[in-house]
Design a protein around this ligand. Structure first.
Ligand code: GUN
Ligand code: FE
Length: 420
């Protein structure tokens, strides 16, 4: 087993309450597993090569818990609409073009390159309903060493003719795709991905719950994102007053489920999500852009609900999870004001925790530098963000990175124990 030793200023958040910083420390991994972090290199490693990154910062890899790969095409466009109109005008026509694998290849290559450049080592990704394009996406992610759950999505109702399946075709294609891909890759695996309740019939939701159980697969979708969306769901399922109970009735809420948004949860729905062990992907930039709303993240954390961060490209325009961290704090402050200063806003270490550990736990022991965790790490050169005269502490340097850094500051990337 090969030993990897990184030297630099190590920063991580094993718990959300504060940064743990080790100045000029050693991060040691054997194979893909971290053995420990040390101020002095233990004797037994003295003959091993050390990758010395000088005064750079070394942090865990970033986790993007909700992103639409095909929407990378139109990121930064069309953000003056509300969700349901935005889907009709931008998302659906763009996604339809992924019927053409050659078109898909161009954009999925660009998407995966951008993810890697932005320091995203783990991601949960929507494809389109097309099986060939989704398999291509998975191949490209594997090649570029991005650990991901990716999904052929399902949409068989309330969808435009040019982007709609029959229920039979939707389920048959999904099972064929699962069988094709579940054991094919090292870094990439399939996730059951109903687009959201409005575009999936009961027949499809039920069949997807069965497929998830049959093949032990994770599940990825949207929940309680938008008042327009929720109105459609209430109309179709008048027996339930929330999205969570609808998903649960089809066995789609499990400890391996990630649901994006959760902006308007009922008290009962919060309890349900916690009991089922679902992870919520908080996508602050998207929530503002498509005018969806402000989710009660503090309340979720206080209840013990698992929360990670997502870019939600192209609801969000930036793939950078540092921006999601900064905007999670920002949006939580608006929520603090809106709640009459009752729901405390997030701290910077908490936001960093959400973007590393919060998402990382969905992939196993991922997201910090504690012994036994998988080695995912980024090397950050923050010299362009200030001047040496600033004399910042490591806590201040990482805070500035979260607010000001971009892909140009990321100079090294390790995924599952390997330099990528
Ligand atoms: N709900 C259903 N589809 C989408 C989508 O593409 N983006 C977002 N943000 N919400 C959705
Ligand atoms: Fe989304």
């Amino acid at each position: 087993m090969h030993t990897t030793i990184l030297k630099g200023n190590l920063i991580h958040t094993p718990t959300p309450d504060h940064f743990v910083c080790i100045e000029q420390g050693y991060l040691v991994a054997e194979g893909n597993k971290i053995c420990g972090i040390y101020r002095e290199l233990p004797q037994k490693y003295h003959s091993c090569p050390v990758m010395d990154y000088g005064d750079a910062l070394i942090i865990p890899g970033l986790c993007d818990m909700h992103v639409h790969a095909p929407q990378f095409v139109y990121r930064g466009l069309g953000l003056d609409l509300q969700l349901m109109d935005w889907l009709d005008r931008y998302a659906f026509p763009t996604e339809a073009r992924f019927a053409d694998p050659e078109y898909a290849r161009i954009y999925y290559e660009a998407f995966a390159d951008a993810m890697a450049k932005n320091g995203t080592t783990r991601a949960v990704i929507f494809g389109t309903l097309h099986v060939p394009a989704t398999e291509l996406l998975m191949e490209i992610l594997e090649k570029k060493k991005i650990c991901a759950y990716a999904g052929k999505i399902n949409m068989d109702t309330l969808s435009p003719d040019f982007l709609c399946e029959t229920p039979q075709q939707s389920l048959a294609d999904t099972e064929r795709w699962i069988l094709d891909t579940k054991d094919r890759f090292r870094y990439v695996h399939p996730a059951i991905t109903p687009r959201f309740i409005p575009t999936c019939s009961s027949e499809v939701l039920e069949g997807l719950g069965e497929l998830a159980e049959k093949y032990h697969l994770p599940i990825h979708s949207h929940i309680s994102e938008d008042l327009g969306e929720m109105e459609v769901v209430r109309g179709r399922y008048p027996e339930y007053d929330n999205d969570g109970d609808v998903y649960d009735s089809f066995h789609l809420l499990t400890g391996q489920t990630v649901m994006a948004h959760f902006i308007y949860p009922t008290d009962h729905e919060l309890q349900l999500i916690r009991e089922r062990g679902v992870t919520i992907a908080h996508c602050p930039q998207s929530n503002g852009n498509v005018a969806a709303g402000i989710p009660p993240i503090r309340r979720m954390l206080d209840l013990g609900i698992k929360v990670g961060l997502g870019s939600d490209i192209a609801g969000g325009f930036s793939l950078c999870i540092f921006r999601a961290m900064a905007e999670a704090v920002y949006l939580s402050k608006l929520n603090w004001l809106q709640s009459g200063k009752k729901e405390a806003f997030l701290t910077v270490p908490e936001a960093f925790y959400l973007g590393t550990m919060g998402g990382g736990q969905f992939f196993g022991k991922v997201g910090c530098f504690e012994p036994g965790y998988e080695l995912d790490a980024l090397v950050i050169d923050d010299r362009s963000l200030g001047t040496p005269a600033d004399r910042l502490t490591l806590e201040e340097r990482i805070e500035r990175v979260i607010h000001l850094a971009d892909d140009r500051n990321i100079i090294g990337r390790f995924v599952c124990g390997e330099k990528a």
